[in-house]
Design a protein around this ligand. Structure first.
Ligand code: FHN
Length: 447
């Protein structure tokens, strides 16, 4: 049915895609890294041998009813006094990310517990008051920028123990007053981050689902404008604010809010139609749902490099970026299992990154054996399920002006046998082209 279009005061700021250089750069990243790090890395999902049954970075919300140690919250809120990561070296992280092939990274400046990894002027709950003292955000931003990796700052609106924070819409006057101070505090911190770290390419918002925040359409709209003015070209996804009807990600007219869709968390679209033609990225955990460091990687399935590469290629074949999350431990070390994954993904990227960076969706029928990506006149065919006859068949619509000319293996540029197959047209008016894969050879051993 034709829905009437609403006149929105605080809906999306734009219809259609951004087409400036910064956004084009974002689109071309292909692969990114997420880092979740904070005081939650100290308990690492358990305390005194008792496991918390949730995501490790949420451990502060553990209740005694569900098995938490006595006065757990008070214990947690003092953890910053122990935060003194002896193995932390942002340069090591950045070098590893570079080797993995990441072109951008997202760093948790503060998560829902509110602990700030930069010396914020606006709260005492920061790194300055930990034994470590130094500005971690600065170290991270500089180390990654030095490797040519663009940095995005993750910022949680939720701040569990800020005195002004409210999750539900404040009703009583003292709650409203408190929330006003929280809004001002949030704004000040965001301005502070952009001023302190001018290399920042974008803000990655989270914890913006509370009714109290959703109810602030006019104020958050104004704040978004202010942040964008402060830093022209700034990239902000669809998770920052809601319109005046409380609609998030997409406004009440169905138009995306922000520069790219942030709804693809731990899941991927299956077809290009699922993406509605929007820019998007997928953020993915290596265990099923652990972002911060969880010492126990035995109790759940851990994605293999193969799983992650298959997801990376699926994302890129559907015009999205793929972001792999890492959770360094309480001493600032990336766990050996994550380092091994980064190395394996990196080995694969070393050979195949051409099929990842700067590519778009290839508007040809999707083959069953893998995915297609495209750049200019080159079609990249990533084969995950090698056909039993070693022949990769491409279906190309008869109407297409793009007819395969030559085929090569990316690993060594060895030409492959390519032949047009005249079977007559199929139901969908496709023509077929066969590429013969060398027997006993794979473009890169799939880890
Ligand atoms: O609650 C958080 C979670 O801990 C994690 O930070 C993810 C990352 O996208 N965001 C929230 C859940 O959507």
């Amino acid at each position: 049915p034709n829905k009437e279009r609403l006149e929105l005061r605080h809906g999306s700021h734009r219809e259609g895609k951004r087409n400036d250089a910064e956004m084009q750069r974002w689109r071309d990243y292909g692969l990114g890294q997420f880092i979740h790090w904070g005081v939650y890395a100290i308990p690492g999902g358990a305390w005194d041998g008792i496991s918390y049954n949730g995501a490790a970075e949420w451990i502060r919300s553990w209740s005694e009813k569900s098995g938490a140690p006595k006065d757990w919250r008070a214990t947690y809120d003092k953890l910053y006094k122990q935060f003194n990561p002896q193995h932390f070296d942002a340069k090591i992280w950045a070098k590893q990310a570079k080797k993995m092939g990441a072109r951008y990274m997202i760093f948790t400046t503060k998560h829902h517990d509110g602990f700030c990894l930069w010396p914020s002027k606006y709260t005492k709950y920061t790194i300055v008051n930990s034994p470590y003292k130094k500005d971690i955000v600065k170290e991270v931003v500089e180390a990654y920028a030095a490797e040519g990796i663009d940095v995005y700052l993750y910022f949680s609106i939720i701040f569990w123990n800020h005195p002004g924070y409210r999750s539900t819409v404040p009703k009583a006057p003292h709650d409203s007053l408190a929330y006003e101070s929280f809004k001002e505090f949030t704004r000040n911190q965001l301005v502070e981050l952009l001023q302190n770290y001018p290399q920042t390419k974008g803000l990655w918002f989270d914890g913006s689902w509370d009714a109290a925040w959703v109810n602030q359409a006019a104020w958050t709209d104004k704040l978004e404008t202010e942040l964008r003015q402060l830093k022209p070209g700034l990239i902000i996804g669809s998770r920052f604010r809601a319109d005046e009807y409380g609609k998030r990600h997409f406004d009440s007219n169905g138009i995306m809010m922000g520069d790219y869709e942030q709804g693809w968390e731990r899941k991927l679209p299956t077809t290009i139609d699922d993406t509605h033609g929007n820019d998007w990225d997928c953020v993915m955990t290596i265990p099923p749902n652990q972002w911060g460091y969880n010492a126990d990687w035995k109790s759940s399935y851990i994605k293999t490099p193969y799983d992650l590469i298959a997801m990376l290629m699926q994302a890129n074949s559907l015009n999205g970026n793929f972001v792999i999350n890492f959770g360094p431990d309480g001493q600032g070390a990336i766990r050996p299992e994550e380092s091994a994954i980064a190395a394996k993904v990196g080995e694969w990227m070393q050979i195949n990154s051409e099929a990842v960076y700067g590519v778009t969706h290839a508007n040809f029928p999707k083959p069953d054996y893998g995915v297609l990506t495209k750049k200019d006149t080159t079609l990249y065919v990533t084969v995950f399920n090698r056909p039993i006859n070693n022949i990769v068949r491409l279906a190309i619509p008869k109407s297409s002006k793009e007819i395969p000319g030559k085929a090569y293996l990316l690993v060594n540029n060895v030409p492959l046998d390519l032949s047009a197959v005249n079977m007559g047209l199929d139901r969908d008016n496709n023509m077929y082209y066969d590429v013969a894969l060398p027997v006993g050879f794979s473009a890169a051993e799939m880890p």
